[in-house]
Write a protein that binds this ligand. Structure first.
Ligand SMILES: [Zn+2]
Length: 208
């Protein structure tokens, strides 16, 4: 698929991302937006630049934002492990045009084919936000792909709010590995042998 490259200049060096477990979908929350405009806006907030990896316009053009292997800045506590796509428009009030939907399906499918166990989810699944809006055609965009589980606290792989930053830190440091399906089982109990493994990794990390 054709991706238009903007060659953005970053305000500071981007951080490489070591795990990719989630693809997170956003809207611009503005009826008319451009990748350049979002880049300028995010720079003005003191960020490195556009926080998303891709931007899909209403006309169906796909633009690159941050390089796909770098950390984004689009979803609090989840940037260490996710790719972010932003769709032009405000889908709280608008409906997605056909051309944009078609391009979005193609982009989501392309990313999912490169990360076969990636879980696709709306921004609102992770943070307290309306993004990407109630009219966002999530089911159409992810049809046939692995997508967010039903919102059920007992069955999600999402840590509780109070543990989120600690879990992010533990994954970043390699203390917990997600395994084949990048399932961290945050709400399950640890066995003594798993604890031994985590302690061994921690000991190497801290040199004790
Ligand atoms: Zn968002």
């Amino acid at each position: 698929m054709q991706i238009i490259s903007n060659n953005f200049a970053w305000a500071f060096e981007l951080k490489p991302r070591s795990v990719t477990t989630h693809l997170i979908l956003h809207h611009a929350a503005a009826s008319n937006a451009t990748a350049e405009g979002i880049h300028a806006y995010h720079l003005s907030k003191g960020w490195a630049g556009i926080a998303y990896h891709y931007f899909v316009s209403k006309s169906g053009a796909v633009y690159s934002g941050r390089p796909e292997n770098m950390c984004g800045g689009h979803t609090a506590n989840w940037n260490y492990c996710s790719i972010g796509i932003c769709f032009e428009g405000n889908f709280e009030t608008e409906e997605m045009p056909e051309a944009q939907l078609k391009a979005g399906i193609e982009l989501v499918s392309d990313i999912a084919s490169r990360y076969p166990s990636i879980v696709i989810a709306r921004h609102s699944y992770f943070n307290q936000t309306a993004c990407p809006g109630k009219n966002f055609p999530f089911t159409k965009l992810v049809s046939g792909k692995e997508s967010e589980p039903e919102k059920d606290a007992e069955h999600t792989d999402k840590p509780s709010d109070w543990a989120e930053s600690a879990c992010s830190w533990a994954v970043e440091k390699g203390l917990f590995l997600g395994g084949e399906n990048n399932n961290f089982r945050w709400r399950e109990a640890l066995t003594r042998q798993e604890l031994a493994l985590v302690l061994e990794r921690a000991s190497k990390l801290f040199g004790v």
